[in-house]
Design a binder for this molecule. Structure first.
Ligand SMILES: NC(=O)c1ccc[n+]([C@@H]2O[C@H](COP(=O)([O-])OP(=O)(O)OC[C@H]3O[C@@H](n4cnc5c(N)ncnc54)[C@H](OP(=O)(O)O)[C@@H]3O)[C@@H](O)[C@H]2O)c1
Length: 324
């Protein structure tokens, strides 16, 4: 019998083949085609969030805007966070009285802590927190607080904001939704990749590490004694400014079948409405818990989640003492 045909490993493939394999594997599920194939357009979410208060970060554009409008349309009061005054005004105009604009630049830890203070000052008890803000940046940049910019926006800020709200009891009985990405398939849980040196910086790997770490945070914030549940989700591939800027090739190849922001945010609204039992380590996508690994190499964590928490706690403390 003839030897079986040797198969190429990804590292040995020419670029065109890698591109075909990548899109062939993920596009049928992550684009609007997957949303339709799973029958979601035929299952509109009949939920009322009347009387609820939500906090949505990155609410002025893309998926965050879709979530804020979807929650407000269903009766929630949505504390909607953005940094751009004009974009906040336009959101409030479209979403009506349910949208409460809050202007904060969440790149700074100090701003995330100030936002938590402001939520509590208003006496707001939150039913839902959506940690949506996130960015893939191909250029290394430090924030004024000295942290790598995407680490600060994608992970450290979420941590500072959520821990403060959880510790104060502002999220008791509530739901936390962390907006991750299929980009986390690119790495195992990793400490070294959270903040990379400028000379070794890869925006794609930094983003992957931040998104992978968000999964670990979901487990930390699922606290039965507080009746608090936390989920980490993937929105699919969505037509947003973030994609246009960071992944122009994705937009060029798949622009016509990318999801709408409402479709990308659908699972966040569904999770808040249904509050399904948390599944440790699951990545929620299209209203179901899915595997958080597409490749064998990511299954073996480089560190335990405690090492990630320890860095986050130390970095928040560093930012606090610098601003004291
Ligand atoms: N789009 C996708 O296909 C996709 C796929 C997987 C995961 N995700 C995740 O989904 C989330 C949202 O992505 P997106 O594509 O909707 O992003 P986006 O189009 O870039 O929108 C992000 C929003 O956050 C705001 N923002 C950015 N930096 C800010 C800051 N420092 N302070 C306050 N607000 C700030 C932006 O406002 P400005 O206009 O002021 O910048 C904008 O309103 C991210 O976590 C992303 O990683 C997206």
């Amino acid at each position: 019998m003839a030897d079986p045909k040797p198969t190429l490993k990804p590292a040995e493939m020419p670029m065109w083949m890698k591109v075909v394999v990548f899109y062939g594997r993920f596009a049928p599920s992550f684009t609007a085609l997957g949303y339709v194939a799973r029958g979601l357009p035929l299952r509109p979410l009949n939920a009322s969030f009347k009387g609820q208060t939500w906090l949505v970060t990155g609410a002025t554009g893309g998926i965050g805007r879709g979530i804020a409008l979807g929650a407000a349309r269903r009766g929630a009061t949505v504390l909607s966070v953005g940094r751009n005054e004009t974009a906040l005004k336009s959101l409030a105009q479209e979403g009506g009285a349910g949208i409460v604009p809050m202007q904060f630049d969440l790149e700074l830890v100090a701003a995330n802590l100030a936002l938590a203070d402001e939520v509590m000052r208003r006496g707001s008890k939150l039913d839902v927190l959506v940690n949506n803000i996130g960015k893939l940046d191909h250029v290394h940049r430090l924030t004024p607080e000295g942290f790598e910019g995407t680490y600060a926006l994608n992970l450290l800020g979420h941590f500072a904001l959520t821990e403060k709200l959880v510790d104060a009891g502002a999220l008791d009985d509530g739901v936390v939704v962390n907006m991750a990405s299929g980009g986390l398939y690119n790495t195992a849980l990793s400490l070294r990749r959270l903040e990379q040196k400028p000379e070794r910086y890869s925006g794609v790997m930094a983003y992957a590490a931040h998104k992978r770490a968000q999964l670990a945070l979901a487990d930390r914030w699922t606290q039965p004694e507080r009746r608090l549940v936390s989920y980490t989700m993937h929105p699919g591939w969505v037509a947003t400014q973030g994609v246009s800027t960071a992944l122009p090739d994705l937009e060029r190849h798949l622009g016509r079948v990318l999801r709408t922001p409402a479709q990308g945010g659908d699972t966040a609204l569904w999770l808040a409405a249904k509050r399904p039992s948390p599944v440790p380590g699951a990545l929620w996508f299209d209203r179901a818990p899915r595997a958080a690994h597409a490749y064998a190499f990511s299954r073996k964590p480089e560190v335990e989640p405690e090492a990630i928490y320890a860095k986050l706690i130390a970095d928040v403390a560093r930012a606090r003492s610098a601003s004291a």
